[in-house]
Design a protein around this ligand. Structure first.
Ligand code: CMP
Length: 227
């Protein structure tokens, strides 16, 4: 089995497919590498391909007319993006930029639509993933519209803990905290607010910051205060 087929088997939406179909998918797509900070696709462009992350990490964001960035999410190994334009035929809903050197597997629109028609079992995990993204988006709307500064920053910490946190001795640790400006763009607040709020959380012994590591000292308490 090729390395690519091996990767595709672990992509959740393909995991139920028989081996020969996985091998066929490996043949209809192509691999492309993007260095850190390169733009993979841009909001408002026409879309004709869907992307799967073989290695690396990307951020999905939208830029306001005055140049402010809102980070919608970060995606990593075996996640996909670019499906929205493929499915509805409209322009790209957001900009996607590599935040690490990234290797992507790319499938053209007609091939992906063909694949869903011939293998409808892909639809269920695809819909599950899209439902998860809608739930996250709902949480963010709540956070952006209802929460004060502490609540917004805490919501981002909880989101990072959810996707990247590792539990060590009952403490949830986020190994590589994004830059403060990126945290601000995720929380919909300013870099100064991030700095001040993290400091306040540390003073209340809710979190501990150690270089680029952030530890949530009592996850359940933090979750019940801000979740
Ligand atoms: P598309 O609109 O084709 O191009 C931009 C991609 O960003 C989009 O498909 C999705 O794959 C991804 N995307 C847009 N909004 C979100 C979101 N809220 N959460 C996760 N991914 C998103």
């Amino acid at each position: 089995m090729s390395e690519l087929s091996e990767f595709l088997k672990y992509v959740p939406i393909f995991s139920q497919l028989p081996q020969d179909t996985i091998d066929m998918i490996a043949k209809i797509g192509s691999i492309k590498t993007f260095s850190k900070e390169s733009v993979i696709l841009m909001e408002d462009e026409d879309g004709s391909a869907m992307f799967f992350i073989v290695s690396g990490k990307v951020k999905v964001s939208r830029i306001s007319s005055d140049g402010k960035e809102v980070i919608l999410t970060a995606l990593g190994k075996s996640d996909f993006f670019g499906e929205m334009s493929i499915l509805d035929g409209l322009s790209r809903s957001a900009t996607v930029v590599a935040i690490e050197d990234s290797e992507l597997f790319i499938i053209q629109r007609n091939h992906f639509l063909d694949l869903i028609t011939k293998h409808p079992e892909i639809s269920i995990p695809l819909l599950q993933e899209l439902t998860g993204r809608l739930r996250n988006a709902d949480m963010r709307i709540k956070s952006l519209s209802l929460k004060d500064a502490e609540g917004k920053v805490a919501a981002v910490i909880l989101q990072l803990a959810d996707t990247e946190g590792v539990v060590r001795k009952g403490i949830v640790e986020i190994d590589k905290l994004p830059l403060q400006q990126d945290l601000a763009n995720m929380a919909g607040t300013s870099r100064e607010t991030i700095s001040r709020t993290l400091h306040a959380f540390a003073k209340k012994e809710l979190i501990e910051i150690d270089g680029s590591k952030l530890r949530i000292l009592d996850y359940e308490k933090f979750q019940s205060m801000f979740g």
